[in-house]
Design a protein around this ligand. Structure first.
Ligand SMILES: Nc1nc2c(ncn2[C@@H]2O[C@H](COP(=O)(O)OP(=O)(O)OP(=O)(O)O)[C@@H](O)[C@H]2O)c(=O)[nH]1
Ligand SMILES: [Mg+2]
Length: 500
């Protein structure tokens, strides 16, 4: 017999589908990735291009999106923002992000990358296009709901099928690996001296949760760049910062043992279960299950830079993400949500840090990662593709002559204030030529070798972050959409078939 919760789920899904059907053709595009992967920049660039592409002021300029068919065919009639359908979800602050990138109040010298965003947000974009032949010639519209949400939240899905004891055990094992153990030492030291049977006490719980969160945060820092660090809200709390649902830690508890209700173990288990029921499930049911298409942004360069341990961790995260897309197509979780995503694009972001000779290699590395992850989850139930892109290209390319050496491939941009290579510190105003080195041609090497510094011909090397590019402006003074790398390919994969 179906459970009441299943029936409610069905009823809600039917109501949502009806409401969405009534509003005309539409598609929900999820944009996700771990923190700093490039979600905000990607959505801002996408909207800039799609709202401006059909404007007369851009006509006569070289088409910046040649692979995006509807535009290349001259069939895109216009694009505009519209009120979003979900009143309870914050709006994606598009205008603020464009102002940041192009310089607030037109002050180009103040241009900067958008602020980090910490929770889900949404924006509706309507595209008008023409169908010249086929079944329905004439003018059509497509509403695109773009949903920006932290990738950390996706990695929580496996928790739903785990007990507190099981999760605790796995978390301890993961933290004992050679790369993570030094970062976990303080938290583990504290936990070793904690008796799960002791009486629960809020101060101890908070202290332990703080140490545990510090460990997760340290794993995420630039030098290590680990990806797979559930529970996701510990790093991306959204509105839940400081709430009891986030004040729990793994404990050395035995599977099946009954603990006294006032013990620390019982308290932590209750909170773990509350986290699953009140945080993880609603996200999958109310947001994730409604997506039609998904782009997963991956800062593969950060993981490459941190070395093979980070790459292996990234692969685990990709496998977990793919499990989320597959889950619900049968089995235990299908009563909770049924994903309808039919296309998933994994995109390595910030490709403008590399010379174009390495773009295909970056793509090959991500393809290798996803292929291994796909093999592990058997079927995904959606078309998956892989791309290396830069939503906003902050560099240009040049050949720079060494002293008597052959010319080297360089990228030129303005490094952020205080960025450094070796002893050189940049001031945020001066352009510099950077030699990014080459990615390995064999993707397997990124799991085996040392950090990229070693792969890149022993050059003492770290990625340098650049400032956003100075925007080109039209005769009316309005900034043109920013330059990009392969954004059009991403758009064609994600939206192209809906615009024919
Ligand atoms: N050069 C370059 N840098 C980029 C690009 N996209 C993102 N970045 C850099 O990556 C940083 C993070 O980008 P965001 O778009 O804010 O990333 P996010 O995934 O929204 O991050 P959170 O909101 O913190 O989760 C930016 O501040 C830039 O420094 C790009 O296309 N090119
Ligand atoms: Mg963001």
């Amino acid at each position: 017999m179906p459970l009441i919760s299943d029936l409610l789920f069905e009823a809600r899904a039917v109501a949502q589908n009806l409401a969405e059907y009534a509003s005309g053709p539409h598609i929900r595009l999820g944009v996700t990735g771990l923190s700093r992967a490039g979600k905000t920049v990607f959505i801002t660039a996408l909207v800039e291009h799609l709202t401006k592409a059909a404007r007369p002021s851009l006509r006569g300029r070289r088409n910046p999106l040649p692979v995006f068919r509807v535009l290349a065919d001259g069939r895109l009639l216009g694009g505009a923002l519209e009120p979003q359908p979900d009143d309870a979800v914050p709006r994606f602050a598009y205008e603020d992000h464009v102002a940041a990138l192009t310089g607030p109040n037109g002050r180009v010298e103040d241009r900067h990358w958008p602020q980090s965003t910490r929770r889900i947000s949404e924006l509706r974009l309507r595209l008008d296009f023409e169908q010249k032949s086929g079944m329905r010639p004439g003018r059509h519209s497509l509403a695109i709901d773009i949903v920006d949400y932290p990738g950390e939240w996706l990695l929580d899905l496996p928790l739903l099928s785990k007990s507190f004891a099981q999760w605790s055990r796995e978390t301890f094992i993961a933290s004992a690996g050679a790369a993570r153990a030094p970062l976990a030492a303080q938290w583990r030291g504290y936990t070793v001296n904690t008796d799960p049977r002791a009486k629960a006490n809020e101060d101890d719980a908070r202290r332990a949760a703080e140490l545990f969160t510090n460990y997760l945060r340290a794993c995420r820092a630039d030098d290590y760049s680990f990806s797979s660090l559930p529970p996701g809200r510990f790093l991306m709390p959204g509105d839940l910062e400081g709430s009891p649902a986030l004040t729990f830690v793994p404990l050395a508890v035995e599977e099946g043992e009954i603990y006294a209700p006032d013990s620390l173990a019982a308290m932590m288990e209750r909170r773990f279960e509350a986290y699953k029921a009140h945080v993880v499930k609603p996200f999958f049911r109310d947001h994730f299950a409604r997506l039609d298409r998904q782009i997963v942004l991956v800062d593969a360069l950060a993981a490459l830079n941190a070395g093979p341990a980070a790459m292996r961790d990234l692969e685990t995260a990709i496998t977990d993400v793919l499990t989320a897309f597959r889950a619900g197509r049968g089995g235990l979780l299908s009563t909770l949500f049924r994903p309808k995503i039919d296309k998933i694009l994994f995109a390595a972001t910030k490709a403008d840090h590399l010379h174009h000779t390495s773009h295909d290699r970056l793509e090959a590395i991500l393809r290798h990662l996803t292929a291994r992850a796909i093999a592990r989850v058997e079927t995904v139930g959606a078309e998956v593709d892989v791309i290396a892109l830069a939503a906003v290209r902050a560099t240009r390319e040049a050949k720079v002559n060494g002293h008597g050496e052959p010319a080297l491939d360089a990228v030129i941009g303005t490094p952020l204030d205080q960025e450094r290579i070796g002893d050189e510190v940049f001031d945020g105003k001066t352009e510099a030529a950077i030699f990014p080195g080459e990615l390995p041609s064999d993707p397997k090497r990124v799991f085996a070798g040392g950090p990229l510094a070693v792969l890149a011909n022993q050059i003492d090397y770290r990625f340098v972050r650049f400032r956003p590019p100075i925007p080109a402006r039209g005769e009316d003074g309005a900034p043109f959409p920013p330059p990009h790398i392969r954004l059009d390919r991403a758009l064609q994969f994600l939206l192209g078939d809906k615009l024919t």
